[in-house]
Write a protein that binds this ligand. Structure first.
Ligand code: ATP
Length: 456
């Protein structure tokens, strides 16, 4: 029986697992890496896609009041004047006169450099937007910015979406995509990087209902994390104090996660009032209003914005899933990822590389592949292969042994309990579908049997 080792997760262990097993690598590693940029490896890209898909499914496909959008990263420069980013999207920066390292002044406790103790300059505001040039001429007139958030693409398309979908209030636009911030201080792995992905919703409501919808989204978004396996004790809600609020926000609450380095923001939910539509209407000269047929009036809707980070979610899911146990006298590292998020849903493991076994195993693999991301592995001992799958969070391993050639049955091993059942190949697909959807392992299909009960 497995015995949990207390103390478990640290950032070093997550970074090491990520690199060792191909979840996340430093960007351009062969050149020494690029500060605060990361590459998602073969397993990381699957996990990240699954996080995004889970969000898209729950927030767009399963709702009547939401539509999606994929706006371009480069936007008209006036966007950033209207949004306030050119003026306001800046952090106070101080520089050490001795070692020239730069810090956010609000993160430096005293007047001296945290690195070398040298004297710091007075703070000046440092805009976090990355600038680039559009067209062949590098002059000020052609400056464009890499978007620091996906939100603005949804505000500027408000009228397009309204006209083409004929949505009535309340309704939302959802968007997933890259954002870029020239952060002064980065770190904590993918928690704060300079290139990252966001999952944002702009939810348009009648102004007098904004508080109600704000509360609704605060609840709804917490439920999303919990449904995907994040433990309640690792989530908390942190309402912003008045003086903390961003220039556009009337109200804001962060959903914080207890990362190994401490509590930190996973997602922010803000009541942005009518700030964005009013500003873009003013700067563009276009009307951004909504005609309420029942009340027979034009209104500027208020916006409730749940804004989440894909990378921070990936990190939270990894940290929350990570466990170390002693199993049969050996250390077992296991990621208890929700099956919806796990990179591989099933691993197919022939007991040996003997030709007749490989043939049946490839047949089993071919039955399962159209349904899920399935991994085939015939290297090393079966015990080591189980451990490898545990470490990357694969919920089920299917093992084909010599008896399978006779009885046309295979074993299914469950990651979390390590229990095993044996089922006819003919029922395997349906059995796995049920188990991946949460059915108890020991509910057996016809002809199935309990094979190994680790807990006993
Ligand atoms: P922080 O206070 O941590 O800098 P923020 O309040 O500036 O974050 P928002 O502007 O509210 O962040 O962005 C919404 C979400 O985007 C955040 O909750 C986070 O998940 C994600 N995010 C923001 N900045 C970064 C970053 N540099 N790296 C990774 N994710 C980020």
């Amino acid at each position: 029986m497995a015995e949990k080792i207390p103390g478990g997760v640290t950032m070093e262990k997550i970074v090491s697992l990520s690199q060792r097993r191909g979840f996340i690598f430093p960007s351009s590693e062969i050149y020494g890496g690029l500060s605060s940029c990361w590459d998602y490896g073969p397993l990381g890209v699957e996990l990240k896609q699954n996080v995004k898909q889970a969000w898209w499914r729950a927030m767009v496909h399963e709702r009547d009041d939401m539509v999606g959008l994929d706006a371009s990263i480069l936007m008209h420069p006036q966007t950033w004047a209207a949004s306030g980013h050119l003026e306001q999207f800046a952090d106070p920066l101080v520089e050490c006169k001795n070692c020239h390292q730069r810090f956010r002044s609000d993160e430096v406790a005293d007047k001296n450099c945290p690195a070398c103790g040298g004297e710091l300059t007075e703070p000046h505001l440092f805009n976090l937007m990355f600038k680039t040039f559009m067209g062949p001429v590098e002059e000020e007139a052609n400056v464009v910015y890499l978007r620091p958030e996906t939100a603005q693409g949804m505000f500027v398309n408000f009228q397009n979406v309204l006209n083409t979908t004929r949505k009535r209030l309340p309704f939302g636009i959802a968007q997933l995509g890259k954002a870029f911030r020239n952060e002064i201080t980065t770190g904590n792995f993918i928690f704060r990087s300079r290139e990252f992905e966001q999952m944002e919703i702009e939810y348009f409501v009648r102004p007098e209902t904004a508080d109600e919808w704000f509360n609704y989204w605060v609840e709804e978004r917490q439920k999303w994390y919990l449904n995907l396996g994040i433990r309640q004790e690792n989530l908390r809600l942190r309402p912003h104090r008045k003086e903390e609020l961003a220039h556009y926000a009337r109200k804001c609450s962060d959903i914080d996660y207890k990362f190994p380095m401490g509590w930190a923001e996973l997602e922010g939910i803000a009541n942005r009032g009518d700030y964005d539509l009013t500003q873009h209407a003013r700067y563009s000269g276009k009307e951004l209003r909504y005609f309420d047929e029942e009340a027979n009036e034009h209104i500027v809707p208020y916006i409730i914005e749940p804004s989440a980070g894909v990378d921070r979610s990936v990190l939270a899911f990894l940290c929350d899933a990570y466990d170390e146990e002693m199993a049969q006298g050996e250390l077992r590292v296991v990621l208890h990822l929700n099956p919806a998020l796990a990179p591989y849903k099933v691993a197919v493991l022939p007991l040996s590389k003997k030709e007749n076994l490989v043939k049946v195993s490839r047949e089993v693999y071919d039955i399962l592949r159209p349904c899920w991301m399935v991994h085939y592995d015939d290297t090393q001992s079966i015990g080591r292969r189980y451990r490898r799958q545990d470490e990357v969070g694969t919920p089920f391993c299917v093992t084909i042994d010599f008896q399978s050639l006779e009885d046309k049955q295979v074993t299914i091993r469950e990651r979390d309990s390590m229990n095993q059942i044996r089922v006819p190949i003919a029922t395997l697909k349906n059995t796995l579908a049920a188990k991946l959807a949460g059915e108890d392992l020991f509910i057996l299909p016809e002809g199935g049997q309990i094979w190994k009960e680790e807990g006993k």
